[in-house]
Every structure is written in C-alpha cells, then in structure tokens.
Design a protein around this ligand. Structure first.
Ligand SMILES: [Zn+2]
Length: 250
C-alpha cells in the first residue's frame, strides 16, 4: 500500500512577506507555522504522508510550488494563506479552488492579484510564459481533477465551519497560479483575516493553529474515506467495510 501524499504549501516566504496584520504579524510566518503543524498531524495519521513545499523562510516562485507537489507525486495540494482586506471587519476562513474562467467576483479578483504578484517579487517574470503554458495545461486537464478539488474543498470548508466562522457559506473560485496543477487536486485555504485584529491574534495562537490544521485534516480524511484512491489504506478500509462507501479496488 502506498501512502497518500499531502503537499502542504506555506504561502509566501523570503522576500515576499504576504499580507501584514493590523498589529504587524507577517503572513509568511503564520502560514509556515500552520503548514508545519498540519504536516505534523498528517504524518501522525496512518496512511498519509506530508510534503512541505517550504520548511524555512524562503521564496519559492508560484509555478515552482505546484511543480514540486507534482514531482513528489502529491495526491492533494493545499496552499495555506491568511486573508487581508481593506476593511478590518472582514473575517472568517475561506477555501478556494481554481476558476478556469478567471475570478468569480470582484473580491476574488483582488485577492488573486495579490497572491499572484508574488512571482514578480522574486524578480523572475515567469507569468507571461507561464500563462501560455498554464492555458495549455488547463486545456489538457481532466475535469476529474477539478471535480476532486471541489469535492475536497467542500469537505475542508465543512471542517472549518465546525471550528468557527467562515467568510462565505460555500467554496470560492479564483485564478490562483498556485492551483494550476492539471492533475493534482488543489485548494487554497485562507485560514482567517490577518487584517482583522481579533483574527490576527488567533492566527498567532499555537492552540488555534493546531485547531485550524485539524479542521483541514478532518476535511481531507473525510474526502479520502468517501473517495479512497486504489492501493491506499483508505481503499483497504473501504474494502474491509464491504465497499460501504462504494469506492476502493474493483
Ligand atoms: Zn497569501
């Protein structure tokens, strides 16, 4: 049996600090703390194995992040972020999947622009080239990947709803470069609003970071329990349960 590889991507890093909190926290530090905690919990879960795209304060271009996940044969890619907005009242967690037609709303467009600008910070203009490549890859991508991304994202949003407030009642779609793997189900989690002083405090609390990681992991394991990939512990469990979930090996 092979482990299910969960690629965990701590947003931003190095010369790209991400958003700045109302009281000065930097998104890149919070995302790394939550990503590390999620990796710890994933590795403590039978049948799962974590892969961190970064484990230090280093800059990684956006396209490289999903390439790394693909090279490590990830079954799932989760990018961890903390949201920010012009109004300090904005609050709650969000889960995004890739929108193939671009951003689904004004706010989502604004956010996508912020997250995508990271590639320029690295001093390498990958995006012009990448847009062509990405559109080809997207054309080739199987609708199954998108469907799996949405289904997983739904489960993760469910986990976050059980923990606390979500920004919207449904998953959202945006044209995030980091989600463009053609064949790895991918999602981006905005854990909370770093621009909201109360949420910034919680994002810095190791106890809350652990709960966020647990909520994300609960969503992931719910998905794999319902849709067990063949050759994994989840498939073996489904077989042992008499195919109760309708999945598993033939
Ligand atoms: Zn971010």
């Amino acid at each position: 049996m092979r482990p299910l590889v969960i690629a965990i991507d701590a947003g931003h890093g190095g010369q790209d600090p991400g958003a700045r909190g109302a009281n000065g926290s930097r998104e890149k530090n919070i995302t790394l703390q939550i990503a590390r905690e999620l990796a710890r919990q994933v590795n403590a879960t039978p049948g799962l194995k974590a892969y961190l795209t970064r484990d230090t304060d280093v800059f990684i271009p956006l396209t490289r992040r999903y390439q790394l996940a693909r090279e490590h044969k990830a079954d799932l890619f989760v990018s961890i972020h903390a949201d920010s907005f012009t109004s300090p009242e904005a609050s709650g967690s969000s889960v995004f999947v890739l929108s193939q037609r671009g951003a689904s709303s004004q706010a989502a467009r604004w956010l996508a622009k912020q997250e995508n600008e990271a590639d320029l910070v690295g001093g390498v203009r990958l995006q012009d080239k990448d847009d062509t490549l990405a559109s080809v890859l997207l054309d080739l991508s199987q609708s199954a990947t998108q469907k799996a991304s949405e289904s997983m994202a739904d489960q993760v949003l469910g986990g976050l709803k059980r923990l606390g407030k979500t920004h919207k009642n449904h998953i959202e779609r945006a044209n995030f470069v980091v989600l463009r793997s053609p064949d790895v189900p991918s999602m981006l989690v905005e854990t909370a609003f770093i621009s909201n002083p109360a949420e910034e405090r919680k994002l810095n609390d190791p106890g809350h970071q652990s709960q966020l990681a647990r909520a994300i992991l609960d969503g992931v394991t719910s998905y794999f329990t319902r849709q067990p990939p063949p050759g994994t512990l989840y498939a073996a469990r489904a077989d042992a349960a008499g195919g109760a979930y309708g999945g598993g090996s033939p």
